[in-house]
Structures are given as C-alpha cells and as structure tokens.
Design a protein around this ligand. Structure first.
Ligand SMILES: Nc1ncnc2c1ncn2[C@@H]1O[C@H](COP(=O)(O)OP(=O)(O)OP(=O)(O)O)[C@@H](O)[C@H]1O
Ligand SMILES: [Mg+2]
Length: 213
C-alpha cells in the first residue's frame, strides 16, 4: 500500500525557539505508529500540525497525495482526526458531544449509533443524558474519543488518550483501536508515555528536542 501521509522537512518555530526541526516521515496506509519521547520534545506540536490545527513554519505535510494547505480544514479534520491530550467536553450533556460529529456533517443525529459507540468503550446508554459535570475524568476521556470515532477517520491521532484510565478500560480502548486498525485499515498515530503501550508497540518513533532520532 502507498503512503497516506508524508511529512517533508517540517519545522516549527515560536519566536526564536525551534520546537520541531526538519522532521521527515512517511506513513503507509494502515500503519499503527507509536510516538514516544520526553515531555516537551514536540510530540503534540507535531500531531497538531498533522491534524491541521497548527501551521508549520516551513516544510509540508502531504495527505493522500495533496498538501494539507490545499484541503478545506473542516473536511480535512474529518479524514485526519486528532484526539486531544486532556480533552474537554462541551455543551451540557454527553449527548451534546456525541451529536456534534453528526452536526458538522449535516447529518441527522442517530441515537442508536451514539449508544453503540458508548458501549464500545464500556459505558451504557444511561450516559447519554448525563451532565458533563457529573462524569469522571476517565469517562470524559472515553467520550471525547468517541467524537473522533463515531465516523471513522482515515487517520486517527491519539495523544495520550489512555492516561488516567484503569487497566480494564485501557485494555478496552486498546482492543477497540486495534480492531479499527486491522479491520477498517485505519491508520493510527499514537502518542504515549505508557510503559505497557510502548512495550507492545509494533513500530516506535522517538522524538527528542524536536527531532526524530
Ligand atoms: N505556542 C507555544 N509557544 C511557545 N512554546 C510552545 C508553544 N507550544 C508548545 N510550546 C513548547 O514546545 C515544546 C513542545 O511541546 P509539546 O506539547 O509538543 O511537547 P510534548 O512532546 O507533547 O510533551 P508532553 O509529553 O509533555 O505532552 C514545549 O517546550 C512547549 O513548552
Ligand atoms: Mg504532548
């Protein structure tokens, strides 16, 4: 299979600080890559650039044969979806969050689909009408991740999304992502500090001081 993503000589500077330095990377369609490296090394910054939430100072990102600069950002983010490090839920209820992916696609909200998504991450349908203020941190993380997954992106970027989950729920998330990777050929770029995730990772990329080493 061909490259779904190519990062070409990408740098990112804030004032005089070089946060990313000449990053080059090719990602094949269907790969599951794990990004590791010290805190502050630039992992999230790189992911945010790939997700079109931040613009590189120089260099380019090619997705599906075209520079990300030439995509319409809202459409692009449906194909390359970034699951935030420390997500926040919005609106009043869990439903407000699960409805959002339908709204941005001008589709009618499908409650059945929302409930089966909740069940994928070990949450039952009673969560739909819960207030975002009345759920735990780990529940929030899983619900936020569903916003990325209700409609499957071609590339999913997960930025430390299992931090703070207990072993059981970590395993549920791992198996779900593994299944999407294998069955749906979803390309996954995962950032993690989790020892067991790093140990089990098929392909690791280390970022240190803004460089791939
Ligand atoms: N807008 C900004 N202005 C100034 N510095 C920034 C900005 N955004 C990020 N940085 C700095 O860039 C560096 C890389 O940050 P980044 O969040 O990418 O690190 P990270 O590898 O994801 O770290 P962690 O593992 O802790 O999440 C850090 O030193 C951070 O302080
Ligand atoms: Mg980070």
């Amino acid at each position: 299979m061909g490259n779904i993503l190519e990062i070409k000589n990408l740098s990112y500077k804030v004032e005089d600080k070089e946060i990313l330095k000449h990053i080059n990377l090719q990602v094949e369609s269907g790969e599951y890559l794990t990004f590791v490296g010290p805190s502050g090394s630039g992992k999230s910054t790189l992911m945010r650039i790939v997700a079109s939430m931040l613009t590189a100072t120089s260099g380019d990102v090619i997705f599906d044969g075209m520079s990300i600069k030439d995509y319409e950002p809202i459409k692009y983010r449906q194909r390359v979806s970034y699951a935030f490090q420390q997500p926040t839920l919005f609106g009043k209820t869990v439903k407000d969050n699960l409805e959002f992916p339908f709204l941005v696609r001008n589709q009618e909200y499908d409650q059945k689909k929302a409930i089966s998504a909740l069940e994928m991450v070990n949450l039952d349908e009673s969560y739909i009408n819960k207030s975002v203020n009345d759920i735990s941190g780990g529940e929030k993380q899983r619900i936020a991740l569903l916003r990325n997954l209700l409609f499957r992106p071609e590339i999913l970027i997960t930025d430390e999304v299992t931090t703070g989950l207990d072993t059981e729920n970590k395993e549920i998330v791992h198996q779900m992502l593994e299944r999407f990777n294998k069955e749906d050929k979803m390309t996954i770029l995962r950032v993690t500090h989790d020892e067991s995730e790093i140990e089990r990772a098929a392909k690791k990329i280390t970022i240190k001081d803004g460089e791939i080493i």
